[in-house]
Design a protein around this ligand. Structure first.
Ligand SMILES: Nc1ncnc2c1ncn2[C@@H]1O[C@H](COP(=O)(O)OP(=O)(O)OP(=O)(O)O)[C@@H](O)[C@H]1O
Ligand SMILES: [Mg+2]
Length: 499
């Protein structure tokens, strides 16, 4: 007869030990108990365990230390942390350290508990299911320890109904990860709504998020449901959460605390059950320290925090992503697959990928289309990749030098200023020729368009500076010789224009 799975229960409350022993024996499993850390260590020497249930707070030890010990001496043993409600944050940390899950005292739902105990014995089956979900989503994990740990934590956190904050540079896959968390959660049959907070002005953002009543402001002809109402019982992904204004932050805090909010101009409380995942490529903790983001909201959002490492910190994954995007692109475009030469691969691995996986994916797609032969070689790669991006310090120096030389428009900033000016003149001529000034010519609209063009030029330069500083707004501002505040102002302006 196959040996019955053995569980270790470590809790200083004898009642908790008795409860689990009884439950486990009923299910036909073996149970061994320990009331202290020292006792737990002794049991670990005596027996092999399938799963251990470990209280976070013990008189002589910390549950996290016992978790580490178990993972050290019996890596195959799954660990479930037992915690009081007030220590959920440490329980989430435990998951990030490799715990299988956590349960909160008091135990209310026995069925759920039994299900959890069974699940801990079927980890393999569950991980096969999740690997299928990743394939369906097109979520590639790679082989780096950091990413493997992050994804393993993410899929466990997914099962809990807690808010998740995803941080990482642009293009690292924050939205992809958010979608994966949703698909690994109990809400996977419901919808996943993605919403970018940075894409709206303050007033519009409030009405988009929380909806409005008819007549609450000019243009509000009908009552409108906001995204929170649409996301009821589902998952809501709030991107660029750092761009929420103080007034919106207060409303968000309230929804997170109570599930309640008022529509704009409304008097009746709306109640929703929404799982919130947020993302940002700003350093939110630094914003809190600067009083630019509410601390209480930050703690509500940051119950589980996942930071995706930039691609340059996992160079061994570059080849995996190249293979993936080559296959994906050639299938989508119905062209034969091509391979990278060793030299081209070496150049790709040397690049710093400030735009991370998005940049890599675009580069592969472009190279595949432009390459004439059967192999993608160095010359098929964009110049930006071949020349191996200049260091930020060098650019700083170049711009400083450019600023000093005087001359006509653009000639102080670019090498071929005169050539560009020629182009600009032809553009003006073409523009004036095509504009017909007659009745109904909208001069204001014309000025608005020109201003938008100006703003987008400015934003383009700022985005380039951000790319060179890997998204660091403070460094990018320094590079341009402006304040971070001015930088954010210009970016926001361009975003508002894009709407
Ligand atoms: N792990 C991954 N596997 C496959 N594709 C990925 C992965 N990560 C990112 N991508 C691809 O890269 C692009 C950018 O991903 P995503 O939008 O999730 O990044 P992001 O971190 O949200 O970026 P931003 O901060 O600019 O919003 C998408 O096309 C996405 O499909
Ligand atoms: Mg995103």
């Amino acid at each position: 007869m196959a040996e019955q799975p053995r569980f270790l229960i470590v809790d200083d409350e004898q009642e908790v030990c008795n409860f689990f022993s009884y439950l486990l024996k009923q299910k036909g499993y073996a149970a061994v108990t320990a009331n202290t850390g020292a006792e737990a260590s002794a049991r670990l020497e005596q027996y092999n365990f399938a799963t251990a249930l470990v209280d976070l707070k013990l008189p002589d030890a910390n549950g996290l230390d016992i978790l580490r010990e178990i993972k050290n001496v019996q890596p195959q043993c799954e660990v479930i942390i037992i915690t009081g409600y007030s220590t959920v944050k440490s329980a989430v940390e435990a998951i990030q350290l490799g715990a299988f899950d956590y349960v909160e005292k008091p135990f209310v739902d026995i069925n759920e508990m039994e299900h959890l105990l069974d699940r801990s014995l079927n980890v393999k089956e569950e991980s096969e299911k999740l690997s299928l979900a990743r394939q369906e989503l097109g979520f590639v994990v790679g082989n780096s320890q950091k990413m493997l740990g992050l994804v393993s934590a993410a899929q466990k956190i997914a099962k809990k109904n807690i808010t998740v904050l995803i941080q990482g540079e642009t293009g690292t896959g924050k939205e992809v990860l958010a979608r994966y968390i949703h698909s690994a959660s109990h809400r996977c049959d419901r919808s996943f709504l993605a919403f970018n907070c940075g894409a709206f002005t303050e007033t519009l953002l409030e009405s988009e998020l929380f909806g409005h009543e008819k007549g609450s402001f000019t243009g509000a002809a009908q009552q409108k449901k906001g995204i929170f109402e649409q996301a009821n019982k589902a998952t809501l992904f709030l991107d660029e959460i750092d761009s929420a204004s103080p007034a919106i932050q207060i409303k968000l805090l309230r929804v997170l605390e109570t599930g309640e909010f008022l529509r704009v101009g409304g008097e009746e409380m709306c109640k929703v059950d929404v799982r919130i995942i947020t993302a940002t490529n700003a350093d939110l903790a630094a914003k809190v320290a600067d009083n630019r983001f509410r601390e209480d909201l930050f703690y509500r959002l940051d119950v589980a925090s996942l930071t995706i490492p930039p691609l340059r910190e996992r160079p061994d994954d570059i080849e995996i992503f190249i293979d993936y995007f080559l296959k994906k692109e050639s299938a989508a475009k119905q062209i034969p697959i091509k391979l990278f030469t060793d030299d081209a691969l070496a150049v790709m691995k040397k690049h710093r990928w400030p735009g991370n996986i998005r940049e890599l994916s675009n580069t592969v797609a472009q190279a595949l289309l432009l390459c004439k032969g059967a192999l993608i070689d160095v010359e098929d790669l964009p110049e930006r990749i071949r020349k191996n991006t200049a260091e930020p310090e060098q650019i700083l120096q170049d711009t400083a030098e450019g600023k000093n030389s005087n001359g006509v428009l653009f000639s102080g900033i670019v090498e071929d200023g005169a050539g560009l000016n020629g182009l600009l003149e032809s553009f003006q001529e073409a523009l004036f020729e095509s504009i017909k000034i007659r009745d109904g010519f909208d001069f204001d609209l014309f000025c608005r368009d020109i201003n938008q063009w100006r703003d987008s030029l400015i934003a383009g330069i700022i985005e380039a500076a951000l790319e060179d500083t890997y998204g660091n707004q403070v460094k990018a501002a320094k590079l341009l010789g402006i304040t971070p505040r001015a930088l954010r102002y210009h970016l926001q302006k361009a975003r508002n224009n894009r709407k």
